[in-house]
Design a protein around this ligand. Structure first.
Ligand code: SOE
Length: 401
């Protein structure tokens, strides 16, 4: 970090971001916006953006507001004038970049899922722990934790407002490949993405339910399904260009799951029912979570993300009922920094809150959450679901600490 100066009263945090597609856009928006709405203890400087094509990386730098660009991620790791590496690339690259960055003494923010395998996630967590001894911080980007309604749900559970948790019902529903002619992409390639709906979106609801309940999943039994096993190559691409071996066939294999469902048991005894799918026709980004406790229930749907439903079971039967709480009051998590009550926040705000919390932790010398160890634990749950689907058995998840 560079020290403060007369022009800039707070030290600068120089950021390099690797990857500039969907997630890179979202992260760039967050780096730009966080210091404008929140009083950050460090001033983020968008120093470098990296992409594998030099021309596209330069254009991304221009469009997204980065000072410089590079076609080599190693530049982000080796440059002395970079303090933090923000990894927004597909899963198969996370381990190599994150470990190199941590070993070089850079703070790391890594997109979810942490890695493509448990072994990679373990190596990343070990690197994070080594770096931690030198004051280096790391965080995995489960950004939905920072949706105000989710923060409020966690708060209500911690306050005991729904009592002892009995049921956790969680779904992540999308439909973007319901058309069998939707083309192949890296997200449908196991070598690049690790898994399909399970890791891409199921990982979010695993993290969110554990975050809200403060509990961990200790066993699962599940099933994965790939409904459309071959898809067309994207325009201008062939099997060779997508890593499929150089043939020019028009359709190539989908090597990941289209949908995943599983049952889970939480350490506190709650029963969990999970579903993650890209085939829920008509559902675009429906993260639906319902938690039933001995005193009440909570329900959330990201397609109505400013609302949390709360059933207070202690109220008299005549007037009890699910209440629709508009989570836009200044007393709600993060909201006071934005608009007046009722004006609402969107998808991008979670990324901004993520930057705020990470920068705060770096400045204070505290540990940001979710940690790489948290990301590893999610990875173990995903791995157990896959193993369960293959073996048709229940699988236990080791609980650290
Ligand atoms: C694609 O399925 C995707 O972009 C995920 O990768 C994100 O994590 C999720 O927020 C939205 O959907």
């Amino acid at each position: 970090m560079t020290p403060s100066s007369a022009e800039s009263p707070r030290p600068t945090l120089r950021v390099a971001m690797v990857g500039h597609a969907f997630m890179g856009n979202a992260h760039s928006q967050a780096w730009r916006t966080a210091p404008r709405f929140f009083d950050l203890p460090l001033s983020p400087r968008m120093s470098l953006v990296v992409g594998h094509d030099a021309g596209r990386a330069a254009a991304a730098a221009d469009r997204l507001g980065w000072e410089a660009s590079s076609a080599d991620w190693r530049e982000a790791v080796t440059r002395d004038d970079v303090d933090l590496v923000d990894i927004c690339t597909p899963g198969f690259t996370h381990a190599e970049i994150a470990i190199a960055a941590l070993d070089a003494g850079k703070h790391v923010l890594c997109e979810k899922p942490l890695a493509n395998t448990v072994a990679e996630a373990e190596a990343m967590t070990a690197a994070a722990q080594r770096a931690h001894a030198h004051g280096v911080r790391s965080m995995v980007g489960f950004t939905y934790r920072r949706v105000p309604a989710i923060g409020l749900a966690r708060r209500l559970v911690a306050e005991g407002r729904i009592g002892e948790i009995r049921h956790v019902r969680a779904q992540y529903l999308q439909d973007w490949i319901v058309d069998p002619d939707a083309p192949l992409s890296w997200r449908l390639d196991k070598a690049k993405a690790g898994s399909g709906s399970l890791g891409d979106i199921g990982a979010h609801v695993v993290d969110l339910t554990q975050y809200i309940t403060g509990d961990r999943i200790r066993e699962v039994t599940g099933r994965l399904e790939t409904f459309v096993k071959e898809r067309p190559y994207p325009a201008g691409e062939t099997a060779g260009s997508l890593g499929g071996g150089g043939s020019t066939t028009e359709r190539g294999p989908v090597t990941v799951d289209d949908a995943a469902s599983f049952l889970a048991t939480f350490t506190g005894g709650a029963m969990g029912v999970f579903e993650a799918t890209r085939f829920a026709t008509g559902r675009k980004n429906a993260i639906r979570i319902e938690i039933n406790g001995s005193r009440g229930s909570l329900a959330f749907d990201f397609e109505d993300m400013n609302v949390l439903e709360f059933y207070d079971g202690t109220q008299d039967a005549d007037t009890a009922g699910f209440r629709r709480i508009l989570v836009t009051e200044p007393t709600h998590p993060y909201v006071g920094h934005w608009w007046p009550a009722g004006h609402g926040l969107g998808y991008e705000h979670g990324f901004t809150h993520q930057v705020v919390d990470l920068v705060g932790a770096i400045a204070e010398g505290t540990d940001p959450a979710p940690s790489f160890a948290d990301g590893l634990q999610v990875q173990r749950v995903l791995d157990a679901v896959e193993a369960s689907s293959e073996t048709r058995t229940w699988q236990e998840i080791p609980i650290d600490g």
